[in-house]
Ligand binder design. Structure first.
Ligand code: 6CS
Length: 314
């Protein structure tokens, strides 16, 4: 049998590398009885279309970013809150691995929509790019900031005074080039691999949030798998949490060097001091109440549980 595995990224980027490695491991463990066909982003529509394909069972497996389920699974938007997770990526990954709020409570919310998140992992800390050089909240004033389709991502940037707009990443390079959008957030490996540095003059190491991706399966398909295959899938996903952590770290650090050494498209790199970070944090914290009151369908219960787990971990 063949399972289809869609990703939101291209060959060489973290999500697609993950799907390929997963495919190899599953094929090896099942002695070739199961083959997995990984798909790069692009062929099957936008990120939001891909969510639908997983829900419909048109594909069995997907790497999915919670941002693109924002209009549907309200609680999943908590990943859009800035300064929630530790800026230390290892600590963040440990929380993603062990959190009951995420691996039980949030998972159940997703399953109401036939999406089973089997693991959460970081693709690295996100940086801001722009031509204005973001150092303090007022630099965001009126800035047309590109975000994914999540109302809470919009709210997070409105809190800094920006004018956020939702866009698929396939339209982002052209958008930045033409100025229809003026800034964006992404992990460093992605900024370089998608060439955003060609059309943006500055990159701010802001540590405002990390990029979380989920390994997901169509719920009905996954539940109907024979027990032995289910075990192979979950064991492989668990093993790969360290693998993908190392992969993102390697790509993020080597591509940071590439950005620094790119003389054709020079980028000013701005590293925020703790004091500068705090100015953003102050504006970001009230967005948690917005989430609790206007987004969450459980009055922020999952977020509050996660906050406690983060406190304990730190
Ligand atoms: O910015 C985005 O929308 C894209 N960024 C990453 C790191 N992965 C896929 C996603 O669609």
């Amino acid at each position: 049998q063949t399972w289809r595995f869609i990703t939101e990224e291209l060959d060489g980027q973290v999500q697609y590398e993950y799907a390929e490695e997963f495919a190899n491991r599953i094929s090896e463990k099942t002695g070739g009885a199961v083959t997995i066909q990984p798909y790069e982003y692009g062929g099957l529509g936008s990120e939001v279309d891909q969510v639908k394909q997983l829900q419909d069972g048109a594909v069995e497996l997907a790497v999915m970013s919670p941002g693109f389920t924002g209009g549907m699974v309200k609680e999943g938007q908590l990943f859009a809150l800035h300064y929630l997770f530790p800026s230390d990526q290892r600590k963040t990954q440990d929380i993603l691995n062990t959190s009951e709020a995420l691996n039980t409570d949030l998972k159940e919310r997703y399953e109401e929509y036939s999406i089973s998140p089997l693991a959460y992992w970081t693709e690295g800390a996100m940086a801001w790019t722009s031509n204005v050089g973001i150092e303090e909240p007022k630099d965001f004033d009126g800035l047309k900031m590109r975000v994914q389709e999540s109302p809470l991502m919009m709210e997070s940037y409105k809190a800094y005074g920006a004018a956020p707009q939702a866009l698929s990443w396939s339209e982002l390079y052209t958008g930045l080039e033409r100025g229809t959008v003026e800034g964006q957030e992404n992990p460093i490996f992605f900024i370089y691999d998608a060439s955003f540095n060609e059309v943006q003059d500055t990159m701010t190491i802001s540590n405002h949030n990390n990029y979380v991706a989920m390994t997901t399966a169509n719920t009905e398909w996954f539940n109907s798998l024979p027990a032995n295959l289910k075990t192979v899938v979950t064991e492989t996903i668990t093993e790969m949490q360290d693998w993908v952590f190392n992969k993102q770290e390697e790509l993020n650090s080597s591509f940071l060097e590439e950005i620094k050494n790119d003389t054709e498209y020079p980028t000013e790199i701005i590293e925020l001091t703790e004091e500068q970070r705090n100015a953003f944090k102050e504006k970001a914290l009230p967005v948690r109440d917005f989430y609790r009151e206007n987004v969450s369908t459980v009055d922020g219960a999952i977020l509050d549980k996660l906050i406690e787990e983060i406190k304990t971990a730190e």
